[in-house]
Structures are given as structure tokens and as C-alpha cells.
Ligand binder design. Structure first.
Ligand SMILES: Cc1cc2nc3c(=O)[nH]c(=O)nc-3n(C[C@H](O)[C@H](O)[C@H](O)COP(=O)(O)O)c2cc1C
Length: 356
């Protein structure tokens, strides 16, 4: 493959979403550009990234974009996922010429897809979107996609209460505080969360600074201001949505998490095609993993019990079976194009060329 084509394919890959826009990808390529290894870079202090689950989702999203772009440029990609939990390798990718080259109609969506944290229109999306989801469901038996409409009060309450718990959890607070970018210098790093993309309704800069302060978070909890904050940043936005999606997977492994990331990105791109936007509410899914796999480390007993209760309520309400693992929750709907987009680091910072 020609080097410029390879770079275009990787440029599509790095448009993928990642938790707090951390961009955890590393591409090791040969000098012939006919194959590469995708690795992940671990961010040590990430309260949400339990056993790398969030990282695996982002890497899956990268692979999905990469594979769509590969088809666009007349090749196909053979992806071999690495299922070794101790390895930082996500997958080995080989490019092959694609005789049956077809124009993949989701390529341009890769560059339009975006998280939007403002109110959406409440009406339904195009029928083709829902048909597309049914099609993805048929082809992906390892996962289950459940869609709910934006009027499901009980479901919205569950997500809202999880968000109140998030605001009062120190580890979660520290992760977010480390990733919010406010000054010009910080924004120029081209990673993390630009405060202007957070959907803060007023005094954005000041509020962002307050959000970084744990003393303020404690005060907000004492005065119940935290409930108003979670109302504005979660419950109201869930009200102003077309629908809410819940994705579960049939087992918790590195491979299923990576495949879930691929599926999430495919859904997100389809949504983009029909002028839709999305906002993940990932805290509950990651917190439940912390309880199960890390002995609830970082939560008080009260928080832990509340989260377990929320899980039971969610599983009953959404008719999720006990063997299913909650992977991702997001709201979706049509909205205006965001004025400020999240940035990506320079492509060269992701690629390392080696002589095999
Ligand atoms: C695993 C994962 C978890 C995420 N969790 C949240 C979340 O809880 N709340 C939120 O507003 N955005 C969440 N996001 C969205 C990211 O912040 C977003 O993808 C990133 O900042 C890049 O912006 P973009 O999606 O507009 O390209 C999540 C994304 C991923 C991939």
C-alpha cells in the first residue's frame, strides 16, 4: 500500500471516540504499509477504565473506522484480535487488495461523527436507522442492542442517580478534572475534553473551573446542589432526546469488549448518516465493573449498595438477563451541528514505523 493511503486510513482510525478523548492508540507499522499492529497506551489514573474495558471499546471503534476507510481505498483488512489479557496488543491487521471493491457509504460519516452534549429533537429518526440497527443485531450475536424512547422516566432516573453518584466519587472526579481542558495552552494539546464541548449552559469557563475542584464537589453534595448539576447535565438532556440505547455483551473478555467498540462505532456512524448525534453515559457500566472486578474499590459502602440496587432496577426494567454484561448506555437524537469539535493529536504521534 502507498504510504499516503495508509496515513489516510489511520487518520480515519483516530477520529474514533475515546473516554475523555484520551486517544489510547499506538500503530506499529512496517515500512511497506501492508500490515500493522494496533496497541493501546494505558493511562494509569483512569477511574472509569476498569481492567482496560473503556480502552478496549475505543480501540474497537478505531478498528471499525480503519476497516471502513480501508474498503473506501480499494483494500480489505483482515483483523486478528489479540485476546491475551496481559498483552498491550489489540490486533494485527493485514491489508489485502479488494477485488469486489465497494464504496462504503459510512466513510464520510467518520469525519462528521461527534458527541453532542446539548438538547436533541425528540422526534424519531428515519426508519432506515432502526432497520440498520436490526441488521446489526442480526449480524452480531455476541451483543444485544436495546432501544428505548426518550419518555422512559424510570430508565432516565436510573442514569441520573448513577450520575449523582459519579459527582460524589473522588476517583471519578479526579479523572474528569485531569482531562478537562480550559486554557488555550491546554486545548492546544489536542486531547482531553475542551470545556466548550461539555454542554455547560452558562458561565462555561467559570463552571469548568469549579468542576475541577473536589472541595466544590463536596460542598455541592452537602447543599444538594449536586442534584441540580446532575439534573442539568444528565436528566434534562435525557428528557430532550429521541431515544436511549443500552448495549450488553454475552461475556466480559478483551475480544468481546473490542468487538463491542466496533459495534458502537458502527451504530454511531449510522446515526450520523441520519443527522443524529449521541452522548454516552458510561459511568454506570464502568462502575458496575469496578464493583464486580475490583471489589468496589473507590466507593463508600453506601455508594456500592446504591449502585447494586441501580443494576437490579436496570436489569428488571430493560429485561436484561443476569449473564449479560452491561457495556454501554447512550442517548441519541437529531441536533444541530456542534460549533466546537473535539480535536485529535497529530497523526505522527500515533504511528511508529519499524523494519520488521
Ligand atoms: C468508552 C467511552 C466512554 C465515554 N463516556 C462518556 C460519558 O460518560 N459522558 C460523555 O459525555 N461522553 C462520553 N464519551 C464520549 C467521549 O468523551 C468522546 O468520544 C471524546 O471526547 C471525543 O469526542 P467526539 O466523540 O466528539 O469525537 C465516551 C466515549 C467512549 C468511547
Amino acid at each position: 500500500m502507498e504510504k499516503p493511503t495508509f496515513y489516510k486510513i489511520i487518520q480515519a482510525g483516530i477520529q474514533a471516540p475515546s473516554g475523555d478523548n484520551i486517544q489510547p492508540w499506538k500503530v506499529i507499522s512496517g515500512i511497506n504499509f501492508d500490515s500493522f499492529t494496533l496497541k493501546f497506551v494505558k493511562h494509569k489514573k483512569d477511574f472509569f477504565d476498569v481492567n482496560n474495558f473503556a480502552t478496549f471499546l475505543s480501540c474497537g471503534a478505531f478498528l471499525e473506522n480503519m476497516s471502513i476507510a480501508t474498503e473506501k481505498f480499494g483494500f480489505k483488512s483482515i483483523i486478528s484480535i489479540n485476546n491475551n489479557n496481559k498483552s498491550d496488543i489489540i490486533a494485527e491487521i493485514k491489508f489485502k487488495p479488494n477485488n469486489k471493491a465497494k464504496a462504503n457509504n459510512l466513510y464520510q460519516e467518520i469525519f462528521k461523527r461527534s458527541t453532542s452534549r446539548v438538547s436533541y429533537k425528540k422526534d424519531k429518526l428515519s426508519k432506515n436507522f432502526y432497520n440498520g440497527i436490526k441488521n446489526f443485531q442480526r449480524k452480531n450475536k455476541f451483543a444485544k442492542i436495546r432501544l428505548f424512547d426518550g419518555n422512559n422516566e424510570k430508565l432516565k432516573d436510573i442514569i441520573y442517580i448513577a450520575d449523582i453518584i459519579r459527582l460524589g466519587t473522588k476517583g471519578a472526579h479526579e479523572t474528569l478534572a485531569a482531562n478537562i481542558r480550559i486554557t488555550k495552552e491546554e486545548i492546544n494539546r489536542r486531547d482531553g475534553l475542551d470545556y466548550r464541548t461539555l454542554g455547560i449552559p452558562f458561565a462555561q469557563k467559570l463552571t469548568s473551573r469549579l468542576l475541577k475542584s473536589w472541595a466544590f464537589a463536596k460542598l455541592a453534595e452537602k447543599t444538594k446542589l449536586n442534584r441540580i448539576m446532575a439534573y442539568v447535565s444528565t436528566r434534562k438532556l435525557l428528557n430532550d432526546s429521541s431515544g436511549i440505547a443500552i448495549l450488553t455483551i454475552n461475556k466480559n473478555s478483551k475480544e468481546t469488549a473490542i468487538k463491542a467498540g466496533m459495534l458502537i462505532e458502527r451504530i454511531w456512524l449510522l446515526l450520523t448518516k441520519y443527522n443524529g448525534y449521541s452522548q454516552p453515559f458510561a459511568a454506570l457500566s464502568f462502575f458496575l465493573k469496578r464493583i464486580k472486578l475490583l471489589n468496589a474499590e473507590g466507593f463508600t459502602k453506601k455508594q456500592k449498595n446504591k449502585l447494586i440496587k441501580l443494576k437490579e432496577e436496570l436489569y428488571t426494567l430493560a429485561k436484561i438477563e443476569n449473564i449479560e454484561e452491561l457495556a454501554f448506555i447512550f442517548r441519541f437524537g437529531r441536533a444541530n451541528k456542534p460549533k466546537i469539535r473535539s480535536l485529535r493529536r497529530d497523526i505522527n504521534s500515533f504511528i511508529k514505523e519499524v523494519i520488521f
